[in-house]
Design a binder for this molecule. Structure first.
Ligand code: SAM
Length: 273
């Protein structure tokens, strides 16, 4: 692992996560012995818009039980499990953070689903050429210093005609204030401008099929979240479990930067030529 990667895994690996998720499930009235994939949604989709945003991206694609999917930067496996439970796809998740990979495996077992999880880097994928039909990358590019290499690696492991579906936070203006959900300090944040993604994709022989800037959707999502919090207080089960003590500052800085127009989540769907 590079020094940057060590710092990134230290940022995400907050420790004792599995027990804290199980305790939060119980506190929110879910019996872990009867766990369903949907019960985990408040905590296992670590990106703006949560499961709603994942479904909005994936429903644009053709995914069925024969589709081999690689979920790059799978976190604790929320999108991976959704790909299995909603579409029946055959999914492998890969993530840099060892604790996340172990938890992804345990939660998938506990929810009665089948998927494979591997520890490794998006920038050096441990898979043969042309292994997958679809690759997903959801809120991971902000931790990847080399977008050209990311797209080369995704292009290498995708089959001819395969799809790369990206949903990342991108930069449109000033750099945001830290800490942020994906980085506690600037040295491990690599927010790319949309043009950087498009150039990297072009160089790796991808063709852009669809693009949606999701700033307004994100603002609406934050407004609903804040209204719910004001009324009901913080929920027992939620993303702050993954973000540690600095969660309120990380979320507030991100919302401020989105509202200021400096960053926004963007979907880009590419086909491998
Ligand atoms: C904000 S989380 C998003 C996780 C997941 N995609 C989701 O939406 O729930 C970012 C994830 O990217 C992973 N990550 C960061 N750098 C990576 C790399 N070089 N290779 C693979 N995963 C990486 C982190 O460990 C973390 O799980």
């Amino acid at each position: 692992m590079t020094d940057t990667e060590d710092r990134i895994t230290a940022h995400y690996g907050v420790g004792n996560l599995y027990d804290r998720i199980m305790n939060a499930l119980r506190a929110s009235g879910v019996d872990p012995a009867a766990l369903m994939p949907d019960h985990l949604k408040p905590v296992d989709e670590f990106h703006i818009g949560g499961a709603e945003a994942t479904v909005a991206l994936l429903d644009q694609l053709k995914i069925d039980p024969g589709t081999h999917v690689l979920d790059i930067g799978c976190g604790i496996g929320g999108t991976t499990r959704l790909l299995v439970s909603r579409y029946g796809a055959d999914v492998t998740g890969i993530d840099l953070t060892p604790e996340y990979v172990r938890i992804a495996e345990r939660l998938t077992d506990a929810a009665g689903l089948k998927a494979s999880f591997i520890e490794g880097s998006a920038l050096d994928l441990p898979f043969d050429d042309e292994s997958f039909d679809l690759a997903t990358l959801i809120h991971v590019g902000m931790n990847l210093p080399d977008k050209a290499r990311l797209f080369r690696e995704a292009g290498r492991v995708l089959k001819h005609g395969g799809t790369f579906a990206v949903y990342d936070v991108m930069r449109f203006g000033a750099h945001p204030v830290f800490p942020l959900p994906w980085a506690s300090e600037p040295e491990v944040s690599f927010l790319g401008e949309p043009e950087e993604y498009l150039a990297a994709a072009e160089a790796a022989h991808f063709q852009l099929r669809a693009r949606r800037d999701r700033r307004e959707v994100a603002k609406d999502f934050f407004a609903r979240m804040q209204a719910r919090m004001a009324e009901e207080g913080p929920p027992a089960l939620g993303l702050p479990i993954l973000m540690g003590d600095a969660a309120p500052a990380k979320v507030a800085n991100m919302i401020e930067a989105v509202n200021a127009g400096d960053i926004a989540p963007v979907e880009m769907i590419f086909d491998k030529r």
